[in-house]
Design a protein around this ligand. Structure first.
Ligand SMILES: [Zn+2]
Length: 196
């Protein structure tokens, strides 16, 4: 344990995803010895991101306006909606260059252990976007929660008679969409198949 402010910083850093106690300590001491201007730039970036960045009213992607740059782009194919769990997955799919439609960010996956059901996700908003949509591509993570979410969505879309597809083989089972390389994800997109 360190003195007040240093320990507070270590605690805050340690609460971040992927930062263990040792890393938190290393980052804290890096900040302590770093140039004051550099640290202020970091502090400012943290402040600005919380002030300026919000979630797109339409798709739930990150945005610096009421809607995100993808929803605003007139060149996107508005008859395609790709459903992902998190906003970071949008960027992963964008990097493949394989997709020119719109997105819908659910804000997670169905996970009964964490108390996350369909009502906690942006599923109702998705169902409100389906007019003139020719296909919904379900790109939830290839793990248990992602599969459960995909199955749930596929059933809902079937009753609404909206064609749905799921990303195909090529993605590692039990993995996380954000760790897939562009080629794997690109092929998975090309090989997607219609459900039912
Ligand atoms: Zn959007």
């Amino acid at each position: 344990m360190y003195e007040g402010a240093v320990q507070d910083l270590i605690d805050e850093l340690g609460a971040l995803p992927g930062v263990g106690p040792k890393s938190a300590q290393r980052i804290a001491f890096h900040i302590l010895s770093a140039d004051s201007a550099d640290v202020m730039r970091l502090a400012n970036a943290l402040r600005v991101v919380k002030e300026k960045v919000r979630f797109c009213e339409n798709c739930g992607n990150i945005a610096e306006a009421p809607t995100c740059r993808i929803c605003q782009d007139p060149r996107r194919d508005t008859t395609l909606i790709c459903v992902v769990e998190e906003a970071k997955d949008v960027e992963v799919i964008e990097r493949t260059g394989s997709y020119r439609g719109l997105y819908h960010v659910l804000g997670g996956a169905i996970d009964p252990i964490k108390g996350l059901g369909p009502e906690q996700l942006r599923i109702r908003q998705l169902l409100g976007r389906l007019t003139n949509v020719r296909e919904v591509i379900i790109a939830t993570d290839p793990n248990i929660e992602g599969e459960a979410t995909a199955t749930y969505l596929a059933r809902m879309l079937e009753t609404m008679q909206v064609p749905a597809s799921r990303l195909a083989l090529g993605l590692p089972v039990g993995g996380d969409l954000e760790y897939a390389d562009e080629i794997t994800l690109g092929r998975a997109f090309e090989g997607r198949r219609l459900l039912s």
